[in-house]
Design a binder for this molecule. Structure first.
Ligand code: SF4
Ligand code: SF4
Length: 147
């Protein structure tokens, strides 16, 4: 894990790969399917999680090769920071991009890798898997009001 409070003193684009990875809190909220309003671009989160997300461990089954398995998976990096607004409001990358602090439950502050899950903020607390639905299922009934 990266040392110190590195995230407070440096721009997101300047982080090392290890620092970048350590910012992810493992909440898996970004693994929820989203619907976009075609007229105004508003993004709506649903409680339907990507079929590759293991809901019992709250981890991606294919993380290293996720782009091959799920072409729509947003692979955020210092080069794709313009996509940070597809992330949920509590996402560490989005918070820092907006100049906000990390939440108290963030693993970098607690020192515990699963503290986001323990705090009850991960998607695995309420999500259902897309694998449990028909491939062409209408996701609109699964839209959630707030993240
Ligand atoms: S929403 Fe952000 S912090 Fe949470 S798992 Fe996705 S990338 Fe990591
Ligand atoms: S492929 Fe993995 S990281 Fe990407 S959305 Fe699905 S579960 Fe999440």
């Amino acid at each position: 894990m990266a040392e110190g409070r590195f995230w407070e003193g440096c721009a997101l684009g300047e982080l090392s790969p290890a620092q970048w990875e350590s910012l992810c809190d493992g909440c898996a909220l970004c693994c929820l399917h989203k619907l976009e309003d075609e007229e105004d671009g508003t993004l709506y989160y649903t409680r339907v999680a990507c079929a590759q997300l293991d809901l019992s461990s709250c981890r991606c089954r294919v993380y290293a090769t996720r782009s091959q398995h799920e072409p729509d998976c947003v692979r955020l990096s210092p080069e794709t920071l313009d996509q940070v607004y597809f992330m949920p409001p509590s996402c560490a990358y989005r918070l820092l991009a907006e100049g906000q602090p990390l939440p108290q439950w963030h693993p970098l502050l607690t020192g515990r890798p699963h503290s986001a899950r323990a705090a009850g903020v991960s998607s695995c607390h309420f999500a259902i898997s897309a694998a449990a639905l028909p491939e062409d299922a209408d996701l609109e009934p699964y839209i959630i009001d707030q993240m």
